[in-house]
Design a protein around this ligand. Sequence first.
Ligand SMILES: O=C(O)C(=O)C[C@H](O)[C@H](O)COP(=O)(O)O
Length: 219
Amino acid sequence: MTDIGKASVLDDWLSHSPIVPVITLESVDQAVPLAKALFAGGLSVLEVTLRTPAGLPGIESIRATLPDVIVGAGTVMTVEQLQAVQTAGAQFVVSPGSTPELLSAMIHSELPILPGIATLSELMLGYQMGLRRFKFFPAEISGGIKALKAFSGPAADCSFCPTGGVSPGNLKDYLGLTNVIAVGGTWLTPADALASQSWSTITDLAKSACALASSIRTG
Ligand SMILES: O=C(O)C(=O)C[C@H](O)[C@H](O)COP(=O)(O)O
């Protein structure tokens, strides 16, 4: 698939589900009930990070069990990790930052990608390789809304998924920007709720976030 084709697949998924929970699994057993809880709350696009060893098998079990959920891999930092998440069945790939080697491998993979950038120089590295979709991380401490507005001048044809400091308090402001296709964050999956298997708490968090998003998208 071309970069444009991959970007349009991602745009389509995110237009239906513009809030992406960034998930850290402590155990693979959490993966499916957590994904079910988020899906029940209206979120169908999830990012499972490789921060813990349960990440890769967690992606595999969600893929094997929940065909309506789109599961991507996050915290992909190396080409080896990219290969591993493809084997595990990830449907898109997110990296926290960008290196020429990783960008090149991501571009050559068949999966839609969201490489991380925090500055215009990092964006330009991906831009010259044909990329127009980026994760903006860590969003709040890298200039947040003001930075994204500034990016829209020189990089008018680029869109972003800000993460890092996005919360119910600012998500409407982010989603209201024309160059934001989605937002991501960990607030939807608090570690204590996962540890105590409070799946209804997570569904409620997802529902509240969806309500905020739909209020901005419908004006
Ligand atoms: O692990 C990764 O690959 C990341 O890129 C980081 C996450 O996207 C952010 O840590 C989410 O930020 P918070 O919602 O503020 O916790």
